[in-house]
Each structure stands twice: as C-alpha cells, then as structure tokens.
Design a protein around this ligand. Structure first.
Ligand code: ADP
Length: 259
C-alpha cells in the first residue's frame, strides 16, 4: 500500500488535521511483476535453443564437420532447435498481439461438430502412434457465431495437450452441449492429470507442471495462456478440472450468439 499524508488546517485556531490517502497498488504491482517475469522467462526460454545452435555450429567449425555422420546429426539438431526458436517467437508475438487486443475477432457461423472433427485431423497421427482413442460426444447440435479460426486454435491447443499428456492406450473425448446462452465444450483425457495446487497456475505464461517433459514434447509453455486470452476475447470462460494420475478436463464456455 502507498500512502500520502496531507496536513490541513482545522476549524479552531491551532488545530491541525491530517488527511491520509491510502492507495491499493497490489494490482498494479502484480501486473508489473507479470511483465518483468515474462521478459525474464522469455529471454531464458530463447537462450536455450540459441545456446544449442551456437555450441553445435562452433563444434562443427572446429573440425567436427569433417565427419559426414556427425555433420548430418548436428545439422538435424540445429534444424530442430531453429524450429523451436521459431515456435517460441511466434507464440510470444501472438501473446503480445492478443494482449494489446490487436487481434480482430470475426463473426461467422460455426458448426461446432465440424470444428472439432477438423481439429481431430491435426492430431490424428500422433494419437494413432500412441494408440489414443479420439471421441466426439454431441449432446446438442450447436451452431454458434464467432471467429472460426480462433475457435480452432483453442481446440487445437487443448486437444493437442490432451494427446500429449496422456499415456499410450488412453482416451481423449470432446463433449459439446448447450447450457443456457452458452455452448459448453469439454475436452477430457484420462492422462497424467495436474496436481491440485498447480491447476490455477497452468494458464500463466511459461508455467509448466514438468518443464523437462513439456519441452521434450515440443511445448512452449505459452499454449494455455494464448487459449485463455482467445476464449476471453470471444467473451467466454475457461476452467480446468483434474485429478493427478486420472485425467484432466478443460471446460470452455462460449456465447452461442456473439455480440
Ligand atoms: P506446454 O507447451 O508446456 O504444453 P501449455 O501452456 O499448453 O504449455 O500447458 C501448460 C502446462 O499445463 C503443461 O506444461 C502441462 O504441465 C499442463 N497441462 C496442460 N494440459 C494438460 C493435460 N491435458 N493434462 C495434463 N497436464 C496438462
């Protein structure tokens, strides 16, 4: 709390009064911290692939490139690290655009079941490799208005996470139903789950329950922050329910008729 103390003359001669102004700056401080943490974390995340690129290219120039096998292996690693850098920069830019509300939301008719089916196509191969079953449960037929590519971006992130954080032989299910003026889309998996005390934090930028694991799966740690922004920009809500070791459900509520 910041305070300002202003002395004022009282009614009686010689009487001194004080006005004490208290400002609640917790929210301002919190936002400042979010921003500085973001810069620190982003720099740290960017450093990892940059360090790898530098190290491998130096080693190659120091003579390792004479060996064709090593050359190929190192170049492949460098390509993978460059792709990671690309993903990170794209996500960082996307997040900052969303934050500045520079992303116009279109108003189109969206058939939810079609949006979910086409998103399933994107993860189909990964799901097949892990023998994960993909299901859609359409409790209500829903046509909503909103930005269709943004909705697909939300679905792609949630469904991809569900496949990534579920063990072989697991199940991912998307349920669509109507609740008053909202379309409710639930993305459920029976995967590794999220510890209760971390469930609030997963929407924070770069927050991961298991950093190493998420990086290995190619995650940037920004997906859910982007999803949350998108859902809110579409005037919706997102929540999570999860039991460690049993699975996770993300619940997205979007207005059926967007304003
Ligand atoms: P990432 O790129 O690391 O997946 P996200 O922002 O998409 O970043 O998710 C943040 C973290 O939330 C993940 O690192 C993971 O720990 C956790 N998480 C997200 N979705 C799931 C899920 N379906 N099951 C278990 N954990 C999840």
């Amino acid at each position: 709390v910041d305070a300002n103390i202003v002395p004022i003359e009282g009614k009686e001669p010689g009487e001194q009064n004080l006005i004490v102004l208290l400002y609640d700056i917790t929210e301002i401080r919190r936002l400042e911290k979010v921003r500085t943490d973001f810069v620190t974390n982003a720099s740290h995340e960017l450093k990892t692939p940059i360090t790898a690129l530098k190290g491998f290219s130096e080693t190659l120039l120091d003579g390792a490139m004479e060996d064709k096998e090593v050359l190929k292996q190192f170049l492949e690693i460098m390509l993978a690290e460059s792709s990671r850098l690309d993903l990170l920069v794209n996500d960082i830019l996307e997040l900052s655009k969303l934050e500045q509300k520079q992303v116009p939301m279109k108003v189109e008719k969206i058939n939810l079941i079609e949006a979910v089916s086409s998103t399933f196509q994107l993860v189909k191969q990964k799901a097949e490799e892990k023998k994960i079953e993909l299901n859609i449960l359409e409790e209500d037929k829903l046509l909503i208005t909103g930005d269709s590519s943004r909705l697909k971006q939300i679905l792609a992130n949630l469904i991809n996470n569900a496949v990534v954080y579920t063990q072989e032989g697991g199940k991912v299910e998307v349920t669509i139903k109507k609740e008053n003026e909202y379309a409710v889309i639930k993305v459920s998996d029976n995967g590794i789950g999220i510890p209760e005390d971390e469930q609030d934090r997963i929407f924070e930028r770069f927050y991961r329950v298991d950093k190493a694991r998420s990086r290995n799966f190619g995650g940037t740690g920004l997906g859910l922050s982007i999803v949350k922004y998108l859902v809110e920009n579409l005037n919706g809500f997102i929540t999570v329910e999860s039991k460690l070791g049993l699975g996770t459900t993300f619940i997205v509520k979007l207005p059926i008729q967007s304003k």
